[in-house]
Design a protein around this ligand. Structure first.
Ligand SMILES: [Zn+2]
Length: 122
């Protein structure tokens, strides 16, 4: 399962961060999951607790925020959310010279460790 491998890599990364911060416990962490990241939110929500169970922070709370896809038009230089049509085309000028500005990444946005300070790691 694709998401299980991702969850494993993610928890390893979190353990690395905790070691750097010198904190033994992770209370919660927030993930940003782009709609076009290729990762299924449901599958990840299923896989993460399985991996967390065997980590050094089994009770950590997971918050997953889905990030919608946003495009940036190189022609008229405007940003727009990508609607359901899944066509990479500017809704303002019709140009196809658009970039994916948001929604393709999967990142750890924030984590809350035992001393209750929020650490942003992006
Ligand atoms: Zn445009």
């Amino acid at each position: 399962m694709h998401e299980l491998a991702i969850a494993t890599a993610l928890v390893e990364q979190l353990e690395g961060i905790l070691k750097q911060e010198g904190s033994p416990r992770l209370l919660s962490f927030t993930l940003e999951l782009g709609e076009w990241s290729g990762i299924e939110k449901d599958a990840l929500e299923f896989a993460l607790p399985l991996v967390l169970e065997n980590s050094s922070f089994p009770g950590a709370k997971v918050i997953i925020n889905k990030i919608p896809v946003e495009i940036f038009c190189q022609h008229c230089r405007r940003s727009a959310p990508l609607d359901d049509q899944y066509v990479l085309k500017c809704p303002f000028c019709g140009s196809e010279e658009v970039l994916l500005a948001k929604g393709k990444d999967f990142i750890i946005k924030a984590l809350e460790i035992e001393d209750r300070e929020e650490a942003t790691c992006v």
